[in-house]
Design a binder for this molecule. Structure first.
Ligand code: SF4
Length: 242
């Protein structure tokens, strides 16, 4: 059961959203898959990004799309050719799943990727995150897309004590959904922005709270600010006049 939305929580969520969107507009990276709304191209990027770093995907993504520019070309290709085009990215099962998906979309969806997360999740290799990402990034749906970066940011910002189990994860998804702006364009930017914050600022190794745009709206960041303030006051009290 989600905690009740108090006016204070609502205000903090609004602050988090607006600070994050403003930061993303200035600092979001210009990545190839952010320049397109083509469902097939978004799909390819999301499958590649599942287990591979952005820098490596940026290198292989155009090469793969040059070999298979459309979903029907991928569906019709020899599996060996698909594997060759994937060469260097590793986790080849993703390439095989991607082609299985393309064939199923050709067979059962008239060659067009479905736009609803539930229908996307029924496709080979598509989990809850990927379904949300395609629905949001390609079709402009205001739905959450929670990957490990997003989960980490939301936990630190809103639920620092949440358990790492399935129930905790479900809570994170609910918060991600509640935070989403209603306008499709803003929802696209918001999902991209949380991911970007998790990749660049609130990273798995270290939370760079000092330079974080949402620090004032984040429970972990606010707690650290308060700790810094009180240790500074303590130091000043211990060393008067210095
Ligand atoms: S203030 Fe710190 S913990 Fe909170 S989102 Fe920013 S980097 Fe992460």
């Amino acid at each position: 059961m989600p905690p009740k939305s108090t006016p204070r929580r609502i205000a903090r969520a609004a602050r988090f959203r607006s600070k994050l969107l403003a930061w993303f507009r200035r600092h979001g990276r210009d990545l190839p898959w952010r320049r397109t709304r083509d469902p097939y191209r978004i799909l390819v990027s999301e499958v590649m990004l599942q287990q591979t770093q952005v820098a490596r995907v940026s290198e292989y993504y155009p090469r793969f799309l040059a070999a298979f520019p459309t979903l029907d070309r991928l569906a019709a290709a020899r599996p060996q050719r698909v594997r060759e085009a994937w060469d260097g990215l590793g986790y080849y099962r993703r390439a095989a799943n991607l082609q299985r998906l393309a064939r199923e979309v050709e067979r059962n969806h008239g060659g067009r990727l479905p736009s609803e997360p539930e229908a996307l999740r029924a496709l080979p290799g598509v989990g809850r995150y990927t379904a949300g990402a395609i629905a949001s990034f390609a079709f402009g749906k205001a739905v959450p897309a929670v990957d490990t970066n997003v989960s980490r940011v939301i936990r630190r910002a809103f639920h620092p004590r949440l358990p790492g189990n399935g129930q905790g994860e479900q809570r994170v998804w609910l918060t991600a959904a509640a935070l989403l702006p209603r306008r499709a364009r803003d929802a696209w930017a918001f999902n991209q922005a949380v991911m970007e914050l998790g990749a660049l600022v609130c990273t798995a190794r270290v939370a760079h709270c000092g330079g974080c745009p949402v620090r004032g709206a984040c429970l972990t960041g606010s707690r650290r600010s308060a700790q810094q303030r009180s240790s500074k006051q303590r130091d000043e009290g211990q060393h008067p006049g210095q």
